[in-house]
Write a protein that binds this ligand. Structure first.
Ligand SMILES: NC(=O)c1ccc[n+]([C@@H]2O[C@H](COP(=O)([O-])OP(=O)(O)OC[C@H]3O[C@@H](n4cnc5c(N)ncnc54)[C@H](O)[C@@H]3O)[C@@H](O)[C@H]2O)c1
Length: 281
């Protein structure tokens, strides 16, 4: 569909009836991606290993089986991922959008982490992304094109200490996405990354239970608040849509400006907010 044409105005994103697959759709950001893609007119397959989470999200949607389907799937298991891909294709035809979003996070120091835990996290956060990119990417190639959006993190670029393999996995996701963009471009498949910072979801909720921690975090973010899943999803929908038809191999940071704030956090007498105010008064 030509962007900007009259026909496109009621389908601004150009995702109407598109077959979209979201991993980690049983809660948090994934569930919000599902909601917003459905609102935009897409058909959405929800994948998660958490069957109860999937059922709860599905029950909360106002769209029926023709528009949304839940598939219990552990993205670390190749057979599970292939079976999910086969189910989607049999029901709706080839997928044209994949959002790789499922992830785990454990606390570990690099020097102490057991190799099994290291591998376990990489299996979900990195190899799981590869397996889904392969299974659904083949459908995109056969179907004439598509796009992938991979959820990374600001921790892909800035080390997140005491989080085991998390930063390594997210750095890997960024490079995986770039590789996919280059290797699949000739098949009209795009690949991009969204990197969020601090969002309140089941993954992070424990951190925000302490009000002092929440306030300290809010003070550090230039926009002055912690984000909700809805703050992140706009970037995902944009990259998944025809509006981003010539964008591939890129990353969008959705961090409220956090990544730009570091120098302002270092004490610098004479060059702080109160000094600047005194100067201008
Ligand atoms: N919450 C944050 O502050 C934050 C910050 C930066 C990046 N992210 C990233 O955003 C994405 C979504 O995170 P969230 O905060 O919504 O997390 P979440 O824990 O709320 O949701 C993750 C989902 O992934 C599913 N999942 C985990 N392992 C799986 C597996 N092996 N197979 C299938 N599904 C599996 C879980 O069941 C869960 O429903 C993740 O990639 C995460 O790394 C989150």
């Amino acid at each position: 569909m030509a962007i900007g044409s009259n026909e496109s105005r009621d389908d601004w994103l150009g995702v109407k009836d598109r077959v979209c697959v979201i991993t980690g759709a049983g809660g948090g950001i994934g569930a919000e991606i599902v909601r917003q893609l459905l609102e935009a007119g897409a058909r959405v397959a929800l994948l998660d290993r958490n069957e109860q989470g999937l059922a709860a999200v599905l029950a909360s949607l106002k769209f029926g089986p023709g528009r949304a389907m839940a598939i219990t799937c552990d993205v670390t298991r190749p057979a599970c991922v292939q079976s999910a891909a086969d189910q989607v294709k049999a029901a709706w035809g080839p997928a044209s959008v994949l959002v790789n979003n499922a992830a785990a996070l454990y606390a570990d120091a690099v020097m102490d982490i057991a190799i099994d835990r290291w591998n376990q996290l990489l299996a979900v956060n990195l190899s799981g992304y590869l397996l889904c990119a392969q299974a659904f990417g083949r459908q995109m190639v056969a179907g004439g094109g598509g796009c992938m959006v991979h959820m990374a993190s600001i921790a892909a670029t800035i080390p997140q200490p005491y989080s085991g393999a998390y930063s390594v996995s997210k750095a890997g996701v960024k490079m995986l996405s770039q590789l996919l963009a280059v290797e699949l471009g000739e098949h009209s498949v795009r690949s991009n990354v969204v990197s969020p910072a601090m969002i309140r979801t089941p993954m992070s909720e424990r951190i925000y239970q302490d009000p002092a921690v929440r306030v300290r975090r809010e003070q550090i973010v230039p926009v002055g608040r912690i984000s909700a899943p809805a703050d992140i999803v706009g970037a995902v929908l944009f990259l998944a849509s025809d509006r981003a038809s010539y964008i591939s191999g890129q990353e969008i940071l959705v961090d409220g400006g956090l990544n730009q704030a570091w120098l302002g956090l270092i004490p610098r007498p004479g060059f702080q907010k109160e000094d600047a105010a005194a100067f201008t008064n």
